[in-house]
Unconditional design. Structure first.
Ligand code: FAD
Length: 516
């Protein structure tokens, strides 16, 4: 189908338009829509597509106010749609106001920049051209004044008001306003440096800077490492009382003990626990694999590779390592093209009673505990195990950069119970895992793909309100990992990220609390 042949997939957070859905999406939408009309054979479109995907990731939080879509005009079945919107060249980007009529052909972006920042600014400019009706989910974007602030708490039942002081040409205030639109208990307004009474009252000398303003006129400066959009948005989304719309307010860990049948185990959110790694092995090998009574062909090769990387790089206790090496050598000796799960299970349970070898039974989640029994746990453990494996392979000098990622990819493909996850992961791997050519780039590849998944899932039903999906590590966990480019855009400080990952997942930093 055209959706598969086109430049975008369902996991790109871009609405894929078809003749069937185009009307329901573009006509009378409560959100403004930005649509890229492209041809999959056009070189400029292919070159532009990663920018558009990055843009979708960058303004994901703005969706209720403005959403991105795309359509492949090269696909025969889409020709009528593209002709109808008067598309003559590719790529064309058009903006559709909220509540556009059926006869609207949108407004083309003329000479648009081929970078995320320029496009994001253009989208804000277009949003501001809305005359009534304004997209209902879009907060006000115009600068505020002393008079509006004076009345703010009389007309709004909101705990926090964030004021971003900036120059007229700056977009940060509007960007942060939109970044927070899906969060309750907070409003963001921009204040221009020319708004003298407020600037003087708060004693503002730096532009941009962000202040929290409270009823009665109290205010405090928002503390951030760098005065830039990402840092403001991250800090504001995490203020006490600020919650994602439609999510239950985070309850205290104390009350949480009632939601799962186990007692809550106190833990440090910025550490890795051996209990999670061992629980993951138990669940993976004794529960997930048990769904396959016979393991053969590709699946058998996949199991062999998985156990082999575990035997080499799992940062486990000696008894666990002995069991993994025993299972590995047993598997390597199986020359038939299939094994029964029963036989493998006897090895895992050490029926032969080889000395000092065991894989602990059962799960005991610690860093991967969830506030509800259906949240976190096993998938959290799977990520943690594979990050630890890429890190151990890097410090232990594997000779094959993609050894761990290859084993992970085929394990996920053959066995991971979440089939949609497996499909998304396979898409990412197919797209870029071939670029991994060193052991350290394997560590970084997994880190950056995990962050993509975090971006896609932020706000999803599977997100635990107590453990919001963030671009990890947070500025608190690793201040040096975060920096900005000259133009203020967030940039990961790669020379700091790698050592951070190496240390975070190193065997000497793994905590052994809650083990038997
Ligand atoms: P997780 O994302 O599971 O992360 C676990 C821990 O790893 C975090 O608590 C943090 O300490 C650390 N961490 C976070 N980000 C990074 C990073 N970038 N690098 C290193 N460490 C990090 N769920 C879906 O709903 N849809 C999907 O398509 C989907 N695909 C998945 C694909 C794979 C391969 C896996 C293993 C899981 C997938 N999941 C998917 C599940 C989802 O990613 C989470 O694992 C799950 O929602 C639990 O989230 P969590 O809060 O425990 O954090």
């Amino acid at each position: 189908s055209s959706a598969e042949a086109g430049l975008y997939t369902a996991s790109d957070q871009i609405v894929l338009l078809t003749p069937e859905n185009v009307e329901s999406i573009l006509v009378n939408s409560t959100a403004a829509m930005v649509v890229e009309f492209y041809a999959s054979w056009c070189g400029h479109c292919i070159a532009f597509s990663p920018v558009y995907v990055s843009l979708a990731r960058d303004i994901k939080e703005w969706k209720p106010a403005v959403n991105l879509a795309a359509i492949d005009c090269a696909a025969e079945e889409n020709r009528r749609v593209c002709t109808g919107y008067k598309i003559r060249g590719y790529p064309t980007i058009k903006f559709f106001h909220a509540y556009s009529k059926a006869d609207s052909t949108g407004q083309a972006f003329k000479d648009f920049s081929r970078n995320v920042r320029g496009l994001r600014h253009r989208i804000i400019d277009k949003l501001e051209t809305h005359v009534e009706p304004w997209p209902p989910a879009c907060p006000p974007l115009e600068p505020t004044s002393q008079a509006e602030i004076d009345n703010f708490f009389e007309t709004n039942n909101i705990q926090h008001l964030a004021l971003i002081f900036e120059e007229a040409t700056s977009y940060i205030g509007r960007e942060v306003t939109l970044d927070l639109l899906q969060f309750e208990n907070i409003a963001v307004r921009r204040v221009l440096n020319t708004e003298e009474s407020l600037v003087t009252k708060l004693g503002v000398t730096e532009f941009p800077s962000c202040y929290l303003y409270y009823p009665g006129g109290n205010f405090t400066r928002l503390r951030v490492n760098i005065e830039a959009r990402t840092f403001y948005s991250y800090a504001l989304q995490r203020l006490p009382g600020v919650v994602r719309s439609g999510k239950p307010p985070p309850v205290s860990l104390h009350i949480l003990t009632n939601n799962t049948d186990e007692p809550w185990r106190q833990f440090n959110k910025s550490r890795v626990y051996m209990a999670d790694l061992e629980s993951t092995l138990h669940y993976s090998l004794r529960v997930e694999l048990a769904a396959h009574t016979v393991i053969k062909g590709d699946a058998l090769t996949s199991l062999k590779n998985y156990i082999s990387v575990l035997a080499k790089y799992f940062p486990g206790r000696p008894v666990v390592m002995n069991l993994l090496r025993y299972a590995d050598s047993w598997l390597q000796k199986q020359t038939a093209d299939q094994i029964s799960y029963e036989a493998f299970r006897d090895i895992l349970d050490n029926k032969a009673q080889i000395p000092d070898a065991a894989l602990p039974e059962g799960v005991r989640w610690v860093g991967c505990q969830g506030s509800q029994p259906h949240l976190r746990r096993y998938p959290c453990g799977v990520w943690t195990v594979f990050h630890a494996l890429t890190v151990q392979a890097n410090s232990g000098g594997s000779s094959a950069p993609r050894e761990v990622l290859g084993a992970m990819r085929s394990y996920v493909h053959n066995f991971f119970g979440c089939r949609a996850c497996a499909e998304h992961f396979e898409n990412m791997a197919r797209e870029s895992v071939a670029e991994v050519d060193t052991l350290s780039s394997a560590v970084l590849w997994l880190w950056s793909r995990h962050n993509r998944v975090n971006n896609r899932l932020a706000g999803a039903l599977s997100e635990d309100p107590l453990f919001p999906k963030i671009q990890w590590p947070s500025p608190e966990m690793c201040p040096a990992c975060h920096t900005v480019k000259d133009n203020g855009e967030h940039r990961w400080n790669m020379p700091q990220v790698l050592p951070f990952l190496m240390s975070h997942f190193s065997s000497s930093s793994i905590l052994t609390d809650y083990l038997d």
